[in-house]
Design a protein around this ligand. Structure first.
Ligand code: SF4
Length: 356
C-alpha cells in the first residue's frame, strides 16, 4: 500500500540485489501464510530526514555531504550515494563552505560548532523527537539534575544526547549495568532514554535503577518514540502465531534489531533480520507454515515488497495484515529548507508512510 501526499522520496529500486534462484517450496503440513505487521517501516522522522537530503540535492546540487548515515538503512544510503550524496564520519572531512546535513539521530553542540568553524551550510535533519530528548538533557542538567541515560554506547543518538550534558550524564546500557553504575551522590537523579529501545527492557532497567535509587525521577514524557513503540506492539501481537519472523532492517538499526528480540520474547519460534530478501536462507523455511513480516522505522516499503515476492515464490502466497495502530504524525521540513530559492516558504509536512 502506498500513501501519497506528493512529497515522496524518489528512492528507487535498481540497487536491490536479486536472488539468483527462487526460494524453493519446502514441504509443510498445513497452509503457508504471511502475517504482515502494521505499523511497520518509515516513521515521520526518517521520512523527513530522507526528504531533507533530497531537497538539499535539488536546491544546492551535488555533492551534498551527510554526517553519518542519514538513517540506518543501507538501501537508503546506497540510493542517495548514487545521486551524489557523500557520507562522512566527521565534519572535518567536509570541504570548507560545503553543504552538510546532520542525520536523523542528532548531533552534539560540539559538532554544530565544528560545522560553523568550517563555514559549512548545515541543515539539521535531527528527528524532532530526538531534539526533544536533547532539550530535556539541557533543561535537567541546568536544574542540577544528574541524568541516567538508558541507551547503547556508541550509538550516534546517544553520543548526540550525551553531548548536550556531558558533565551531568551517566550512560546505562542495559538492566545489568543498572546494578553497576556509580553516579554522583545526589537526590537530583532523573532517567532519560534513547528513542529506539525495547520498551520492556527499558522498564526493567528503570525498575532496577529505582531499587538502588528510590528518589529517581521519571522523564516528563516517554522518550522511546511512538514509531518504536508501535512497531513493537504490532510484532508482539503476531509473534506467538509465527513459526518464523522476518524483520527487514539494517544491522545498525537499533529499532530493527529490537524487533527481532521482541518477536522471540513474545513467542516466535525463530526470528531473523535481513537487509534484503536475497538474505533469506532456504533452511529458515523448512517446516514453516506462518511467517510474520515487519520492518524497522528506516526501511522503505519496497524492501518489504521484495521480501513478499520472494516468499510467494516459496509458496507463501496468502498475506494478511494485522494493524495495531494508525500513524498520522507529521513534521515540517528542517528550517534551513523551508524557504525555496525564490524565498517562498515550503509549508509541507511530512509523515511516516510506507514509502516506495
Ligand atoms: S525512530 Fe522515532 S526518534 Fe527515530 S527518527 Fe523515527 S520517529 Fe524519530
Amino acid at each position: 500500500m502506498t500513501i501519497s501526499n506528493g512529497n515522496e522520496s524518489l528512492l528507487g529500486t535498481p540497487l536491490i540485489p536479486s536472488r539468483l534462484a527462487p526460494l524453493k517450496e519446502e514441504p509443510t503440513k498445513g497452509s503457508k501464510r504471511i502475517i504482515l505487521a502494521a505499523p511497520r517501516g518509515y516513521c515521520a522522522g526518517v521520512d523527513r530526514a530522507v526528504i531533507a537530503v533530497e531537497k538539499a540535492l535539488e536546491r544546492f546540487g551535488a555533492p551534498i555531504y551527510v554526517r553519518k548515515q542519514i538513517v540506518h538503512n543501507i538501501h537508503v544510503v546506497r540510493e542517495l550515494e548514487s545521486r551524489g550524496v557523500i557520507f562522512v564520519d566527521e565534519v572535518a572531512e567536509v570541504p570548507t563552505g560545503s553543504n552538510i546535513v546532520f542525520s536523523a539521530h542528532g548531533v552534539s553542540p560540539m559538532v554544530v560548532q565544528q560545522a560553523a568553524d568550517r563555514e559549512l551550510n548545515a541543515i539539521d535533519a535531527t528527528c524532532p523527537l530526538v531534539t526533544k530528548v536533547h532539550r530535556e538533557a539541557v533543561r535537567f542538567s541546568g536544574q542540577d539534575y544528574h541524568i541516567l541515560l538508558i541507551g547503547h554506547e556508541g550509538h550516534e543518538e546517544v553520543e548526540g544526547t550525551m553531548g548536550h550534558a556531558p558533565e551531568h550524564t551517566t550512560l546505562v546500557n542495559d538492566p545489568d549495568e543498572a546494578e553497576r553504575i556509580t553516579p554522583p551522590e545526589t537526590e537530583n537523579l532523573i532517567w532519560l532514554s534513547q528513542t529506539t529501545l525495547s520498551v520492556d527492557e527499558t522498564m526493567e532497567t528503570v525498575r532496577r535503577l529505582r531499587e538502588r535509587f528510590p528518589h529517581l525521577k521519571d522523564p516528563p514524557s516517554d522518550d522511546i518514540c511512538y514509531a518504536t513503540q508501535n512497531r513493537q506492539v504490532a510484532i508482539k501481537k503476531i509473534a506467538a502465531e509465527c513459526d518464523l519472523v522476518i524483520v527487514v532492517g539494517s544491522p545498525n538499526s537499533s529499532n530493527s534489531v529490537r524487533l527481532v528480540e521482541v518477536a522471540l520474547e513474545y513467542g516466535a519460534r525463530a526470528a531473523y533480520r535481513v537487509d534484503y530478501a536475497s538474505e533469506i536462507e532456504q533452511e529458515w523455511l523448512v517446516g514453516v507454515e506462518t511467517i510474520g513480516v515487519t520492518s524497522g522505522a528506516s526501511v522503505p516499503e519496497v524492501l518489504v515488497d521484495h521480501t513478499l515476492a520472494d516468499l510467494a515464490e516459496a509458496g507463501f502466497t496468502e498475506v494478511s495484515e494485522v494493524r495495531t495502530a494508525e500513524e498520522d504524525l507529521q513534521f515540517s521540513l528542517p528550517k534551513e529548507l523551508r524557504r525555496d530559492a525564490s524565498g517562498e516558504i515550503d509549508a509541507a509536512t511530512i509523515g511516516g508512510r510506507n514509502r516506495r
